[in-house]
Write a protein that binds this ligand. Structure first.
Ligand code: NDP
Length: 284
């Protein structure tokens, strides 16, 4: 029987540890400001979950909701103000942004030391160079989940399906740091099924419901399902056909309750790290 890698349970451990570390801090608690533009319903849910998680671990949390017609110049101006505000340790601009605003320009405007999403080019560079920095929350959470379960990574063949800047690429960089031999597959990969069958560690970050079937998975592989797909009946499923793959893998993350909760827990970890790295305001 495969080991179920519960992100939900591990996220609880991470948050309990954060609560203790926050209580032991000298000076102000970590402060996270989330900027949201427009009223995308999914974004509202994510932002609400982030705000709740912050409060639970004792962080200061602020959500700035801006109308959809906000200009890029206005957002960049706001980010400048947040960069200069010593009580704000982490700044996160919720994606997706409206089409008239460039994700890249916004990501590059946040001070790298406050970039708790890990999207700033400086943090991306630090990640690939093997330096310390703030790195994307989802892949950071996955690597910590492996460590938590003593899953050995050195020398393993890791295949990541998906090459986004949010998941696939940073996942590749982090697994390289863990001494995996890393392959990144995408929509133009030839014979994806055979590629998957070679993988000791298989990470699916595609966005296609239950695409990865039992006969795509090497017996004994560790499978991580990042996908979050809503089916027509409203059911949330991943990119992996969970019920059938369970029979062949050695460990697997479920959906829901797998990678999702880790992403928020590691946003909190990044905010805590940003707070430690920034000098507290004078007098604290
Ligand atoms: P993107 O849409 O940015 O990237 C999807 C990737 O999948 C692309 O690289 C694309 O290739 C690749 N792809 C698409 N179709 C195929 C195919 N048929 N075969 C192989 N590769 C394919 O998505 P994200 O990385 O942002 O997210 C991926 C999934 O993870 C989504 O379901 C998302 O909701 C979920 N997610 C979950 C999170 C969590 O916390 N659990 C956090 C972030 C995302 P190409 O580049 O060639 O187009």
């Amino acid at each position: 029987m495969a080991l179920i890698l519960s992100g939900r349970k591990f996220a609880r451990v991470v948050k309990a540890s954060l609560r203790e570390r926050v209580a032991a801090l000298q000076g102000p608690p970590p402060g996270l400001t989330v900027v949201m533009v427009g009223d995308d319903p999914a974004s509202q849910v994510y932002v609400g979950a982030k705000e709740k998680a912050c409060k639970r671990v004792g962080f200061n949390s602020t959500v700035l909701k801006l109308p959809v017609e906000t200009t890029e110049a206005e957002i960049l101006d706001l980010i400048d103000q947040l960069n200069a505000d010593d009580s704000v340790h982490g700044v996160l601009v919720q994606l997706p942004l409206p089409d008239h605003i460039s994700d890249n320009r916004v990501a590059s405007a946040v001070l790298p030391e406050k970039d708790v999403d890990g999207f700033h080019p400086v943090n991306v560079g630090r990640l690939w160079r093997g330096e310390d920095g703030l790195f994307p929350c989802t892949p950071s959470g996955i690597v910590s989940l492996f460590h938590h379960h003593d899953i050995s990574l050195t020398g393993k063949n890791a295949l990541i399906v998906g090459r986004s800047n949010i998941v696939g690429k940073p996942m590749a960089a982090l697994l390289l740091r863990e001494n995996c031999t890393v392959t990144v597959a995408h929509s133009r990969t030839v014979d994806l099924k055979e590629q998957c069958r070679e993988a000791d560690i298989l990470i699916a970050a595609v966005g296609i419901p239950e695409m990865i079937k039992k006969d795509w998975v090497k017996p004994g592989a560790v499978v991580v399902d990042v996908g979050m797909n809503r089916k027509s009946d409203g059911k949330l499923v991943g990119d992996v056909a969970y019920d059938e793959v369970l029979d062949v893998c050695s460990a697997i993350t479920p959906v829901p309750g797998g990678v999702g909760p880790l992403t928020i827990a590691f946003l909190l970890e990044n905010t805590f790290k940003a707070r430690l790295n920034l000098k507290p305001p004078a007098g604290n």
